[in-house]
Design a protein around this ligand. Sequence first.
Ligand SMILES: [Zn+2]
Length: 299
Amino acid sequence: MIRKKIWLFFVIFAVFSYLQAGDKAPLKVFISVDMEGIWGVVHYNQTSSSSSGYGAARKWMVEDVNAVVAGLLEAGATEIVVNDSHGSMRNIIADDLHPKASLISGSPKPLVMMQGIDDSFAACIFIGYHAKAGSASAVLDHTISGGSVRAIKINGIELPELGLNAAIAGYFKVPVIMISGDTETCRQAKSILGNKIVTVAVKEGIGRYAAKLLPPEEARRQLKEKAKEALLKKDKISPFKLNPPLSIELELHRSSQAEMPLLVPQVKLINPRTVGFSSNDYLEAFKLLRALIALASRS
Ligand SMILES: [Zn+2]
């Protein structure tokens, strides 16, 4: 009889320990937050730190992020890392961020908009993202550098920032489960990353400097609910991978901007304003691409 009781005690203890361990299983989410696709933002006057509209826009930025963080926590996220990814990357005022999230602030940082990602994360989310350079009815469309970059192609496919950054997440086998921005950004995300990604269009682009905004409470409600929905269905969404060998083409606005990037030995001129190189490792290719854009911006 005593033996039976001891066994029973062990079984109850084992089940209890299993349930406790299940509760504590880590569920880490990485958030990269840009500014052009934030609710309310329609002009450079709001995204440049020296401009008069910036104070309001950085407040909207953290409100969009906090709504997403709240949704992720309801879906069971145990750790949330937010990487400030616009301009100086010091847009979010640290103590305005949701108290359960950690902030990566400042620049430069090696992986730029994706600094902090690694294979310990279960999912990645892009907030406030924008369409690629040359998009119609898209608020503040550009690709990395508005002054230099006309297009970036990898293995023949033109990619917006959301594609270039999703491939970094994919390098670490992390799926991008949700994106927010304007309607055109959401369309480009589905066309590149697949239809299963959850999208929240917080504004409908009218032109490069105009949009129809969702009512603010509705925007934040959708950001929260969709983040929760996205994390609960994360296993249905595949990581976005660019498989080597990789052929990278950087098309610039002017032929003079190709001259400095050509000083790098492995870089070739493809046409007067386009340079290219090959790589077998996406992370290395991404870093070289960033260096070439920095060089191009000097001429
Ligand atoms: Zn930006």
